[in-house]
Design a binder for this molecule. Sequence first.
Ligand code: T46
Length: 137
Amino acid sequence: MEIELVQLQTHGDDRGALISLEDQRNVPFEIKRVYYLFSTKEGIRRGLHAHRNLRQMVIAVRGQCRFLLDDGKERVELFLDNPAQGLLVESMTWREMYDFSPDCVLMVLANEHYNESDYIRDYKEFLEIANGGSHAN
Ligand code: T46
């Protein structure tokens, strides 16, 4: 599976750092929604779903967590701890997030508004769709 990690340019000076996110520049889609996950409790696993159409960029703006990506054929685990790296999560990718540090803030940019019907929350259903509608057990 191809993992796309976008290196975001940090504008720094002796006062501190700044990163700017602009659609069609360093974010490869129109940004329609921004949300962030924080105060995730110890031992919690989040995500556990795929999206039918949604494209997203995920940035650990503070702290760290692990991020599992699964395209139905291969699983890849990443460690997110760098506010200057944006992980692109394309549609039809199962994702799970875990091992959150207590201070972790995960910011997500999305190319669509929130829509529950875009979620696939059943892993078996995800595998069937991802692998071309085959009905594997
Ligand atoms: C994803 C990963 C990385 C809203 O009302 N609006 C929103 O835009 C979102 C994203 C969620 N919600 C509500 C729905 C639930 O009642 O917030 C609650 C928590 O959402 P969810 O359980 O889906 O959160 P996570 O952390 O499992 O997953 C989220 C995103 O939903 C998902 O798209 O890719 O972060």
